[in-house]
Design a protein. Structure first.
Length: 326
């Protein structure tokens, strides 16, 4: 699963439905393929794992935890409101990775743009925690990695538009070098819901409560929490070891020692889907039961830091199963 650079034109300039504007754009150029982390981190490759006919890992346990330190900082952004959200259907078919189906609504694009300011607020707070000024002398690069599903790709572009247009001055003040291309990453695509795909959203009620007691279950041929965690681990370690993120920038020793659990050169934004990001956040924090991810719900366009400690998590909320009437 290699990353591919992908640039989507500014959707604020379009006329007509958002989905039609994105229809004819394909990956622009390929960046350096992301290095496999299997040689340095003992991460099994896809060829070493069994897969279902839908390309989902078959696993019977959770993967090992992430390392105590990562080379880069990671942030999680959920896609904005999609037409699938409006239609209240589950949208997880792997064919959607090559489709414009269930892209963003106009509100979803606005949520993506607004996420840029929220992201900058998080980054600025992190800078302050390093005891560094907003005008840090160390420039940080920002990379967007997106699920290949249309709603995620378009949200990544909307956030980029928000950074490079609406908040450019603040980006410069914070000494951020925002990379304009989006890298498509299969490892953060939507969780596969098997026979429930394209069904009404209330059928999540068949899955989420079971996730809480069994992270390896595959009822209705759904991708298990353990399988999602396994591909997330591979993806994070692969990106963290990628030559793309090896730079000549020499961060100060103070930053490396004091910046916490994610303290490398680059800022990585994962633009993905609710279950994926919630599982990622709990797995990264080494929570004992990642199956409780549904108590840490992401709203459309919400962005959070992916930290490696449990105190980074928001307060859990009681599981609220979706209903067709809501």
């Amino acid at each position: 699963m290699f990353g591919t650079a992908f640039h989507i034109p500014n959707a604020s300039l379009m006329r007509g439905p958002i989905t039609s504007f994105f229809k004819h754009h394909t990956p622009k150029t390929s960046l350096t393929p992301l290095a496999s982390s299997s040689s340095s981190s003992s991460v099994p490759t896809m060829q070493q794992k069994k897969l279902t006919k839908d390309g989902v890992y078959i696993v019977n346990e959770m993967p090992p935890p992430l390392p105590e330190r990562l080379n880069n900082s990671y942030y999680l952004l959920r896609h904005g409101q999609s037409w699938g959200n409006v239609e209240m259907v589950i949208s997880s078919a792997r064919s959607l990775a090559k489709s414009e189906k269930h892209g963003l609504t106009p509100l979803g694009y606005e949520q993506g743009q607004e996420s840029a300011k929220n992201l900058l607020d998080l980054l600025r707070e992190k800078q302050k925690s390093y005891n560094k000024s907003d005008n840090s002398s160390s420039m940080r690069r920002v990379f967007f990695y997106s699920s290949p599903f249309a709603r995620a790709r378009q949200t990544a572009q909307a956030c980029l538009d928000g950074l490079l247009e609406g908040n450019r001055r603040l980006v410069e003040e914070m000494n951020l070098d925002v990379q304009p291309n989006i890298i498509l990453e299969d490892g953060i695509m939507e969780r596969f819901f098997g026979r429930l795909d394209d069904k009404a959203i209330e059928t999540y009620a068949y899955i989420w409560p079971v996730d809480m007691v069994n992270v390896t279950h595959t009822e209705f041929d759904v991708e298990s929490v353990a399988a999602v965690s396994t591909r997330l681990r591979e993806t994070i370690l692969k990106i963290d070891a990628s030559p793309l993120h090896k730079t000549a920038v020499d961060l100060s020793s103070n930053l490396r020692e004091d910046s916490g659990d994610c303290n490398g050169d680059d800022i990585i934004i994962f633009v993905s889907h609710a279950d994926i990001l919630q599982i990622a956040q709990l797995y990264a924090a080494d929570i004992k039961n990642v199956g409780h991810f549904s108590s840490y719900r992401f709203t459309n366009g919400e962005v959070r830091e992916m930290a490696l400690t449990s105190d980074s998590l928001p307060d859990p909320q009681p599981l609220q199963l979706p209903k067709a009437s809501t």
